[in-house]
Write a protein that binds this ligand. Structure first.
Ligand SMILES: N=CN[C@@H](CCC(=O)O)C(=O)O
Ligand SMILES: [Zn+2]
Length: 411
């Protein structure tokens, strides 16, 4: 099966296969070819180049991309899109000025979602989640990480992870699963956090690892949730089962979460709204990707990750949605890319790098997706006719996508 895209106004994010991610000043470069072609064979990028060299080969499908941009699909490396119901009921409290923590203390928050999830049948949870997955795919997401963490009991965590597994089986985009049992301390353990951590380490982890339901392990390392010491214990236990850390740190307070992530060679440290200079320093020359979640800052009205400062210090940066019912009820990567430009002062080139190649790295998929590279999956966004790629983040809130291709096939 061969598909040829021809007359592409600009083909974006062309990378050699040796590039794992881009950092610091290199993030301002977005390699492109104007007036290009791209050939897909059996779902994989076979070749591309200038239209002058376009092959005259027979194809099954010809796409005339005159006036349009072609780029890799968004790589959303941080979501919680498997959840039950929503938290619309907390929205007005939030509008009236209650903080995320105050809402949680009133019985809302993560524990509210956990109760709903525990009461939802697995098939219903799957149906709700698949609707969200299809929605983000139509918005250009072509690889996604999904966390557990709204179960908080052995059975409910397994239920969430099985739903993620079923999504993996039924959809063509790469999906990575993360075990986030340490998302909140459940009510039954409110006076016995140590008991919950013991359950997590001694009962949940072995069963999840045995059933191969997760690749990554996450902890909400935050004041009022899990301490640095708790995180240390949980990541150490995860390591025994081969689970690589991708952790929630520095959302509200800087308590040493970044340092613990670096200690365990976390693939990513995510949120980072509150960053001290030492948090930036410790990330230098590591393989840990900092991930910003501007949808969460927007929705909660909390600071944005100081991305400019971090990139100026030479760090890489990835962007993700944090799609979840409490702090970012949107999985729209286009909005995230726009918001990073408007609020975090990324250039369109930096934002596209952060949302493609660096996002792919942040979920271990840098060899599979995230750039226009021979041998990578043909997961592609074809835009509507636009003047320049900068129009995508500029025209925030409007959909510039004509078609999304997964493995070379339009969805
Ligand atoms: N901060 C921790 N977890 C999610 C929010 C979860 C929730 O409020 O339901 C986040 O990444 O923002
Ligand atoms: Zn999150």
């Amino acid at each position: 099966m061969r598909t040829l895209f021809k007359n592409i106004k600009e083909l974006l994010q062309i990378r050699d296969e040796s590039i794992k991610f881009v950092s610091g000043k290199a993030m301002v470069e977005l390699p492109t070819i104007k007036n290009a072609y791209l050939l897909v064979e059996d779902g994989i990028i076979k070749e591309f180049g200038s239209m002058a060299n376009c092959p005259k080969t027979e194809v099954n499908n010809l796409v005339d991309a005159t006036g349009k941009m072609l780029l890799p699909t968004w790589c959303d490396s941080h979501t919680h899109l498997v959840y039950a119901g929503n938290r619309e009921s907390e929205f007005v409290d939030k509008i009236k000025g209650l903080s995320y923590q105050e809402i949680a203390n009133k019985g809302g928050g993560i524990l509210n979602s956990a109760k709903a999830l525990q009461e939802t049948l697995e098939d219903d949870l799957y149906q709700q989640s698949k609707t969200r997955l299809e929605e983000i795919m139509a918005l250009g997401t072509g690889a996604v990480e999904i966390k557990s963490g709204y179960g908080l009991t052995l059975e409910a965590e397994l239920k969430m992870l099985r739903v993620i597994k079923r999504l993996k089986q039924n959809y063509q985009l790469p999906i990575k699963a993360t075990f986030l049992g340490a998302h909140a301390v459940p009510l039954e353990y409110k006076d016995d956090k140590a008991g919950y951590i013991q359950l997590l380490i001694e009962t949940m982890l072995p069963q999840i690892a045995e059933a191969q339901l997760a690749e990554y392990i996450d902890v909400f390392c935050e004041t009022g949730y899990f301490t640095v010491q708790d995180t240390d214990r949980i990541l150490e236990a995860g390591k025994q089962y081969g689970l690589i850390p991708k952790i929630h740190v520095n959302q509200f307070t800087s308590i040493g979460g970044v340092q613990i992530g670096v200690k365990y060679h976390a693939l990513s440290v995510d949120h980072l709204e509150e960053m001290r200079d030492e948090d930036i320093q410790v990330l230098k020359n590591t393989q840990t990707m900092p991930v910003a979640l501007p949808g969460c800052s927007f929705f909660l009205g909390i600071p944005y990750t100081p991305a400019r400062k971090m990139m100026d210090a030479g760090l890489p940066l990835a962007l993700a949605t944090d799609y979840n019912p409490g702090s970012s009820p949107s999985g729209n990567m286009n909005f995230v890319v726009s918001t990073s430009c408007i609020k975090m002062k990324l250039t369109p080139e930096e934002a596209i790098n952060a949302a493609t190649i660096n996002g792919a790295y942040a979920m271990g998929l840098e060899k599979v997706v995230g750039s226009i590279t021979v041998g990578k999956k043909a997961n592609l966004i074809l835009t509507k006719p636009i003047n320049s790629y900068g129009f995508m983040p500029y025209a925030f809130g409007a959909n510039q996508i004509d078609k999304v291709f997964i493995n070379g096939i339009a969805i």
